[in-house]
Design a protein around this ligand. Structure first.
Ligand SMILES: [Zn+2]
Length: 192
């Protein structure tokens, strides 16, 4: 019995903690399509974060809609359940947001963590914004906050899924799971 002949195992599925079973079956590498860079917008005219809210929830992969912020699944996920929290307004910088938008972005970020934790059993998160192309923002003109769930042992998984895209069918099922759980975990936005 040689370890060398063992089938390739994705660390995220290891016994020390992968996504919950109900979620894991949606997220298997052989179902991934490597479509690196495809569909990336080239200018402000086709800014996806302005277009997405005009689409239906399923078509746009919208998980939740607030009054000034929405939550959407990332088409280029770094991990299963990678969400983005986005103001409707096309502004690039965190300092451009109004206090109301900051409050709702914060509440949506908290809700996203609760929902993804509840649905996937995530052990941790990377939360944050890349401000400016020089800082790594793929779509620098429209602010967006990433919420990337993490599991123990998923470190080696990241280069595999980084900048790849999962099949639309998988993303659609993921969206439905998260959207269905959103209301149960929603953090209220404080009154202005
Ligand atoms: Zn935009």
């Amino acid at each position: 019995m040689s370890e060398d002949n063992a089938p390739y195992r994705v660390p995220v599925s290891s016994d020390d903690g992968g996504p919950a079973t109900v979620f894991e079956h949606l997220w298997t590498p052989y179902r991934m399509a490597y479509i690196r860079g495809e569909g990336k917008p080239t200018g402000a005219h086709d800014c996806p974060f302005c277009v997405i809210p005009t689409l239906g929830d399923e078509e746009g992969l919208v998980v939740a809609r607030g009054s000034s912020v929405f939550a959407v699944l990332n088409l280029y996920p770094y991990n299963a359940g990678h969400l983005m929290l986005v103001p409707y307004r096309h502004v690039p910088d965190y300092t451009d947001l109004t206090p109301e938008e900051v409050a709702e972005l914060g509440a949506f970020t908290q809700t996203a963590m609760r929902v993804v934790r509840a649905v996937t059993g995530a052990h941790g998160f990377n939360i944050g914004m890349n401000q400016g192309a020089v800082a790594g923002a793929g779509i620098a003109d429209h602010l967006h906050q990433h919420a990337v769930p993490r599991w123990g042992g998923d470190t080696n998984f990241m280069p595999v899924v980084g900048l790849t895209r999962v099949l639309p069918q998988v993303l659609g099922e993921t969206r439905a799971l998260l959207a269905g759980a959103w209301a149960d975990h929603a953090v209220p936005v404080p009154e202005a």
